[in-house]
Design a protein around this ligand. Structure first.
Ligand SMILES: [Ca+2]
Ligand SMILES: [Ca+2]
Length: 340
């Protein structure tokens, strides 16, 4: 169903698709479909790789679209699923035509009626883009869905919006981490801090829903998790438990990142440390080197960790590191370390 075809042709196709799904376990109720002269342009569905977490697979995914009054209803259907434990997708659409209202799961992913984690991401600052994830809690410990079903329904108002924004390096306070300086070895070290980037790939996206599911309901037993443990990165609000509240990190910082790594700065004057998270380094600061995200130790079950050795340290100098992106923009600095 590509291009702006006459709507009546489209509706016939949609009804056929809905009928086929109804016989295959899809449980979504049919909405009354009304004629309209509004053009219906395509939505582009991208299935995110984490859909296939823990051995899940599927033959295919399809969008089934219906226009009902001034609302567009889009079913996301899977066919030939085997042991499927998640559905994560991105939808790109023309924001001049569609304004997202909601995405709702059908419950089909768990036929036993158990809990399903879900999160929809459609933000005013990123028009034309919607991301959504649902997954079974702790997918590593259980079986998934097998068969054909409608897994989610997205609803859009037929309404205008603005242009899509681009990704940016983090400049938020929550992305600030502590920097350690060892004056004996002239080595600095720090843990990865990019708020919302729970899978530590340098970018906040719908795939960051997955670690929440993997650590679902995990508790520290009191207080924050140890910073060396990856779960501390997933615990957005640092309350020592992984739950719904931690989705806020993805919602708040969606598209933050595209991070290359860290730039390492030094100065003999503490006044060169940036005064704001997006502010410049002082004129006396020196770029000592860079560390790429891929240079980290850790990853997997551990929080990413970085080290940098200063070749010719100056006694009493101050140090800090900053994330930077592919355009050279610099983000939130670490805390300042060193000094007399
Ligand atoms: Ca990420
Ligand atoms: Ca938490």
């Amino acid at each position: 169903m590509k291009g702006a075809r006459p709507l009546q042709v489209l509706i016939v196709i949609l009804l056929l698709a809905a009928a086929a799904l109804a016989g295959c376990g899809g449980d979504s109720a049919a909405l009354p479909v009304t004629d309209t002269d509004e053009p219906v342009s395509d939505l582009t569905l991208t299935i995110v790789e984490d859909t296939y977490i823990e051995g899940g697979s599927a033959e295919g995914f399809a969008l089934n679209k219906q226009v009902a009054g001034d609302e567009l209803r889009v079913e996301i259907a899977v066919s030939g699923a085997v042991n499927l434990k998640a559905l994560m997708f991105e939808l790109d659409f023309d924001p001049a035509l569609y304004d997202p209202l909601a995405v709702e799961m059908t419950g089909a992913l768990d036929p036993s009626g158990g809990e399903i984690i879900e999160q929809a991401l459609a933000l005013d600052k990123f028009p034309g883009y919607l991301a959504y994830g649902q997954l079974l809690p702790r997918p590593q410990d259980r079986d998934g869905f097998t068969g054909d079903a409608v897994l989610a329904v997205a609803r859009f108002a037929l309404a205008p919006d603005d242009a899509k924004a681009t990704a940016s390096v983090p400049v938020n306070r929550r992305s600030q981490g502590p920097l350690d300086w060892n004056s004996e070895t002239s080595e600095m070290s720090w843990y990865y801090h990019l708020s919302g980037d729970f899978n530590q790939d340098g970018y906040v996206s719908v795939a960051d829903v997955t670690p929440i599911g993997q650590y679902w309901r995990e508790s520290s037993g009191g207080g924050p998790f140890p910073m060396s443990d990856r779960v501390s990165q997933v615990d957005y609000d640092s309350n020592g438990e992984i739950n719904m509240a931690d989705f806020a990190g993805i919602v708040r910082y969606l598209f933050t990142g595209v991070v290359f790594g860290y730039r390492i700065y030094g100065s003999t004057d503490a006044g060169d440390y940036p005064t704001t998270n997006d502010g410049p380094n002082g004129s006396g600061s020196v770029l000592l080197g860079t560390v790429e995200l891929d240079d980290a130790t850790g990853g997997g079950p551990d929080r990413k960790h970085f080290t940098f050795t200063v070749e010719e340290p100056i006694a009493g100098a101050y140090y800090w590191v900053r994330l930077y992106d592919d355009e050279g923009n610099e983000g939130t600095p670490s805390t300042i370390a060193g000094g007399p």
